[in-house]
Design a protein around this ligand. Structure first.
Ligand SMILES: Nc1ncnc2c1ncn2[C@@H]1O[C@H](COP(=O)(O)OP(=O)(O)O)[C@@H](O)[C@H]1O
Ligand SMILES: [Mg+2]
Length: 252
């Protein structure tokens, strides 16, 4: 499978802190890739570099083999990278449908602008409803975003991120602050999202990681400590030691 996203030997220093140290990552098209590691491991810095908010000290990022390092965040977004944040950035007084409709409108290609205003509105509305259905919020379309539960607001953010049909979606702790029921709903949603989008997920909840991820990269002190399919990572002695909280298996 072709790589949708590659980071090549990314290094980033903040003063004396080496936040990322020589991080190479390859994510195949359609893959669900989890990035895990203790606080301060460099996970958010990795996302900030991929989305263009932070420049690497060295190394580069490729999207479908095209280098994007140094492009402004909006150019990288236009090249197919969407991101959800831990902080909600919804328009709370507008309905769920309106929130998604505005996002779809912002991404509407010039090729569709020939439609009459009425047809365009219908078109946008249908696209927005389809996105709400994808994240399981079709029944909540008419509610103001502020009337949604916290978990539903996070689902709505995902619908907004999907509005531009991104190639790659970066999810920074999609279940943080959620109740167990909300976490289960988000996990199910991510699992059934379909393979049109490549997902890279920073997540602390190992149940979510093991349910969703095809492959996992473990960061520790800015470096790749381990990578592989979930079973390999789960059994990795150093990962158990520094992250999963269990002592390494006793040697016979
Ligand atoms: N803008 C910044 N300025 C200075 N130090 C930073 C900045 N961003 C991150 N760091 C440092 O880089 C390291 C990695 O941080 P971060 O990428 O946020 O880790 P994680 O998301 O894995 O918790 C930490 O030591 C953090 O303090
Ligand atoms: Mg972080």
């Amino acid at each position: 499978m072709a790589a949708a996203l590659v980071t090549e030997r990314l290094t980033r220093r903040f003063g004396g802190v080496l936040a990322l140290n020589d991080v190479t990552l390859e994510v195949a098209a359609g893959e669900r890739h989890a990035v895990i590691g203790p606080n301060g491991a460099g996970k958010t810095t990795l996302f900030n570099i991929i989305s263009g908010e932070v420049l690497p000290s060295s190394g580069r990022v490729l999207l479908d083999d095209r280098p994007v390092t140094g492009l402004a965040p909006h150019k990288i977004a236009a090249a197919g990278v969407a991101r959800t944040f831990q902080r909600n950035n919804l328009l709370f007084n507008l309905s769920a449908l309106e929130n998604v409709r505005l996002a779809v409108q912002a991404h509407t290609a010039a090729t569709r602008r020939w439609l009459t205003p009425t047809a365009r509105l219908r078109d946008l509305r249908e696209a927005a409803l389809a996105l709400l259905a994808r994240v399981g919020l079709e029944a909540r379309a008419a509610l103001a975003a502020r009337a949604l539960s916290y978990g539903e607001q996070r689902q709505l953010e995902l619908a907004i991120a999907l509005a531009g049909r991104p190639r790659v979606v970066l999810l920074d702790e999609p279940t943080s602050g959620m109740s167990p029921a909300e976490t289960a709903a988000m996990t199910a949603l991510l699992s059934r999202l379909g393979r049109d989008q490549t997902l890279v997920i920073i997540e602390h909840d190992m149940d979510v990681v093991f349910a969703v991820a095809d492959r996992i990269t473990v960061l520790h002190l800015g470096q790749v400590l381990a990578r592989g399919i979930p079973e390999e990572v789960r059994r990795h002695p150093r990962v158990r030691e520094v992250y999963l909280g269990a002592p390494p298996p006793v040697r016979p």
